[in-house]
Design a protein around this ligand. Structure first.
Ligand code: PMP
Ligand code: GLN
Length: 419
């Protein structure tokens, strides 16, 4: 029996940081700034849209179109055509998926051949690497590196940059795609147009695809502007843009996501989708469609949730940053998203043999923080390749899309560090 009672592609992809640390946080009833989900309700209009959908007659409870509920693909196409500056065909260019996860999975399965190389910018959302591997591809890494700033100054995620030379050196005849994530999880970097143009130029020069994970696209701060790489000249036909209603409408449990690209590429993703989940929950898609219709009407006004959510998170971000700074955990100020990473080097901990010494330092620290202090966060080395994780094991990630009462509780714990 080849491979025994398993397929070899499952080797080495069993360990998962979310499974491990979400369970640990629950076991210890820790204040949870770990996994990225809001602990407050989605806006009223989208909750009402969901209730209306569920009560909307028999068809709302049955299968809908395999590649996306018609009202949702139409709303997504209408909404994003205006932003990308390209007429998106709702039936050809959009695929609705079970969260952004499944969009990413379909993209790698549909586009990467055995032996293809996929360039991933570090730090990266952890599932990219195993997904590339399961598709038979090889992940090639290029890191964002912090530039030096005046001593004592607060670092911003914008100070972490990609070297054009280093990125260019990673391209080979086997390169199939580059994966970017803006705003980035876990760092919060929002790529500037010039940075995206540099990546786009290389993609075009080497005739390579780009998979752009933009699930936090509405969450930017301090004037940082989210730019879609698909909107740059020559990029629409080679970019798969991935989005998530979970992040867009603060409803991560609905698991509605999408991939948008040229029909030629989406056709391939559709093949993977129809052979795996076939179609997604109808009522949730109907509600998300209503959400986008509403946002289309109020876009650019203070009524838009795409303005209200970042305005609220901006305050939470600033508050968390001040608290971390005051207890000596130097934060990197995120320009976008809902995570903040902080340097833990200044905290001296006696682990007393409680966590295995061969574990990365940040994993040990986070376990100690959950078990001994009752605060859950995520170790940042989980967002790095095995080759580079050692260089980044002095950071942990805090999630700030939380109720003020949750942030109060976290702050109480952190302030006790100083006592
Ligand atoms: N990409 C990034 C960068 C993420 O942080 C997440 C986590 N939500 C996903 C994709 C997956 O999104 P979803 O919950 O819609 O599957
Ligand atoms: N994207 C979320 C985070 O980064 C959740 C990931 C997950 O639960 N798999 O925290």
């Amino acid at each position: 029996m080849s491979g025994g009672r398993r397929a070899c592609r499952t080797d080495g992809v069993d360990k998962n940081v979310w499974v491990e640390f979400t369970q640990l946080a629950a076991d210890y009833k820790a204040v949870n700034l770990g996994q990225g989900f809001p602990d407050f309700s989605p806006p009223k209009f989208i909750q009402e849209a969901f209730c209306k959908a569920v009560c909307g007659g028999p068809l709302m409870h049955q299968y809908t179109r395999a590649f996306g509920h018609p009202p949702l693909v139409k709303s997504l196409a209408k909404f994003f055509s205006r932003i990308v500056g390209h007429e998106i065909d709702p039936l050809e260019d959009v695929l609705v998926t079970v969260g952004a996860y499944q969009a990413l999975f379909c993209a790698f399965q549909a586009l990467v051949n055995e032996g293809d190389e996929v360039i991933i910018v570090e730090p990266f959302f952890d599932c990219y690497q195993p997904m590339v591997k399961m598709a038979g591809g090889k992940a090639v890494y290029v890191p964002l590196r912090p530039v030096s700033v005046a001593s004592g100054a607060i670092l911003s995620s914008g100070d972490w940059v990609l070297s054009a030379e280093e990125l260019a050196s990673k391209f080979t005849p086997r390169t199939k795609a580059v994966v970017i994530n803006t705003p980035n999880n876990p760092l919060g970097k929002v790529y500037k147009t010039e940075e995206l143009q540099m990546i786009a130029d290389l993609c075009i020069k080497h005739d390579v695809l780009c998979i752009s994970d933009e699930v936090y696209e509405w969450l930017t701060y301090d004037g940082a502007k989210h730019v879609k790489i698909a909107s740059l000249p020559g990029m629409w036909e080679r970019t798969v843009t991935v989005g998530s209603a979970g992040k867009t409408f603060s409803a991560t449990g609905w698991k509605v996501g999408w991939a948008i690209s040229s029909g030629q590429i989406i056709k391939r993703l559709k093949a993977m989708h129809q052979m795996s989940v076939f179609d997604c929950a109808t009522a949730a898609q109907e509600a998300v469609a209503q959400g986008f219709e509403r946002e289309y009407e109020v876009f650019g006004t203070p009524e838009s949730y795409f303005q209200q959510l970042p305005a609220m998170l901006h305050l939470k971000r600033n508050r968390l940053a001040s608290c971390l700074e005051s207890v000596g955990l130097q934060p990197i100020m995120p320009q976008g998203g809902y995570f903040m990473i902080a340097d833990i080097s200044s905290v001296k901990v006696d682990y007393n043999g409680q966590t295995p010494e061969d574990e990365p330092y940040d994993f040990r620290f986070v376990k100690w923080l959950i078990k001994e202090k009752g605060l859950a966060t995520i170790p940042v080395s989980a967002f790095y390749s095995p080759e580079h994780s050692k260089d980044f094991d002095k950071y942990i990630r805090f999630c700030f899309v939380k109720e003020d009462s949750t942030l109060d509780a976290a702050e109480d714990i952190l302030r006790k560090f100083n006592q």
